[in-house]
Ligand binder design. Sequence first.
Ligand SMILES: Nc1ncnc2c1ncn2[C@@H]1O[C@H](COP(=O)(O)OP(=O)(O)OP(=O)(O)O)[C@@H](O)[C@H]1O
Ligand SMILES: [Mg+2]
Length: 294
Amino acid sequence: MLDAASRIPSGTVAASRHRAGYQCRQWKVDPLGKLSLNQVSLSYPGAGIGHVGILHNVTLSLDEREFVVVIGRSGSGKTSLLNLAAGFLTPSHGSIAVDGAAITGPGSDRAVVFQDDALYPWLNARDNIGFPLKLRHVAKRVRDTRAEELLDLVGLSGSGDKKIWELSGGMRQRVGIARALASDPKFLLMDEPLGALDALTRSRMQSFLLNVWQATSTGVLLITHSIDEALFLATRVIVLEPTPGRITADIPLDFGRRHLAGESAASIRSSSAFKTAYERLTLAIHTETAEFAA
Ligand SMILES: Nc1ncnc2c1ncn2[C@@H]1O[C@H](COP(=O)(O)OP(=O)(O)OP(=O)(O)O)[C@@H](O)[C@H]1O
Ligand SMILES: [Mg+2]
């Protein structure tokens, strides 16, 4: 079962979306959305040889009920893929769209969390979370209400006044995720968000991420180097092979959903299905395909 820190009050965010007091309508009310990359290729200036660049012909679509994890060897283009989805980079070929509309840059429908996401040390936890809304001129009262809901969501009720240096690494990362959720994005894009945490905190944060995903119906695209983490969290694991980065496997999984349904992390990890999936994913990551080898 989940520990107290990772437990989420049910319906908090969903209920907030319909609360009459809000003056702004950035909270999500529309139907299921899709983030899609269609035959995307990317070359950095000066990188690659001939037509072979950083990413080659990547087609991937993610809907708001999915938790997609991207894994692959170092340099396979995972961060580049996430930066494309975020709109920080423009593809050399192909297109990227949200709900069928081509994206031309970053947008509030996609929030990004990096491994060492910097919080603002001069602001307390509540004001850090409300900061993206401040940029959008949302009133302080509304920002504070939203921040308190998100503090509840990430298991930090009552910590709004805490300064950043009073928070542990895991708590900081939860504030960072709460801040990313402040504008109620359709998609949460995370680049190794748990990579800097110790093993115990990391495993609690995995349960936490699953709970946030379930509570917010936000589509997740998460990058990790950990095979165990990919298997435990993902509804689909995408394997990228390097040089150039391309998708070589797309594997549906249900271990995260089993955990959300109440099965313990230990029981899941010791199951033969998990061990078999671990072996297969390890093989998928480390077996080179011949297509670009020549
Ligand atoms: N700004 C850039 N300019 C030129 N080349 C870049 C740039 N950023 C990344 N690259 C190259 O693109 C390739 C893919 O990099 P990327 O950071 O996307 O890989 P990654 O899979 O995230 O790696 P890691 O697992 O080490 O984080 C690498 O060969 C890298 O050197
Ligand atoms: Mg990377």
